[in-house]
Design a protein around this ligand. Structure first.
Ligand code: S3P
Length: 181
């Protein structure tokens, strides 16, 4: 397998909370016949706690430590099996420089799911399981802070249409090998 082919077999979705990473990753993985991995789910499973519980009981620094640990594991698994996968990262995963470096070292392709802030606000205000959604002002601030990080992704795809069309847009990037398994 050439390094090029390998590169295209680890695709990670990044983007702000509420941008649809988990939903799109699931659909994309199923369209490609690839494995889908959700980093937040891994963290919750490994700790036996929900993400809000981790933030409330252990604090954000501990959450970041666990997030890094699970990312290291996930990449190790990928390198062992080289099974192609679509990973949905957490909204803050690549904001940690060591995580971004690790993803790059392992040849991950990063796709930023871009979503207008007003849409993100609307979605996140209705969902109570996001510990970093405190109020509108801090949400907007964090979004602005994170934007330069998301702009480091290899590709940007707008998530402003129905999920199936977003998946089509990703498939149309032309980054996937013809033979997917
Ligand atoms: C976070 C986003 C969350 C989750 C945690 C921290 C962030 O994931 O990882 O609450 O720092 O933006 P989603 O982006 O899937 O909501």
């Amino acid at each position: 397998m050439t390094p090029e082919t390998r590169t295209h077999r680890l695709v990670c979705l990044t983007g702000f909370m509420g941008s649809g990473k988990s939903t799109i990753a699931k659909l994309l993985a199923s369209a490609l016949g690839w494995q889908n991995v959700d980093l937040d789910k891994r963290i919750a499973e490994a700790s036996g706690l929900t993400i809000p519980e981790i933030f409330a009981r252990l604090g954000e620094p501990e959450f970041r430590r666990m997030e890094h640990e699970q990312l290291v594991r996930l990449l190790a698994e990928f390198n062992e099996t080289l099974k192609p996968r679509v990973v949905s990262l957490g909204g803050g995963t690549i904001a940690q420089p060591q995580n971004l470096a690790l993803l790059r070292e392992n040849g991950a392709i990063l796709i930023w799911l871009r979503c207008p802030i007003e849409e993100l606000l609307q979605r996140c205000a209705q969902i109570t399981d996001r510990p970093l959604f405190r109020d509108e002002a801090s949400f907007r601030r964090l979004y602005e802070e994170r934007l330069p990080t998301y702009q480091l992704a290899d590709y940007c795809v707008d998530n402003d249409v129905e999920p199936a069309r977003v998946v089509e847009r990703i498939l149309a990037l032309g980054i996937f090998p013809r033979v997917t398994v």
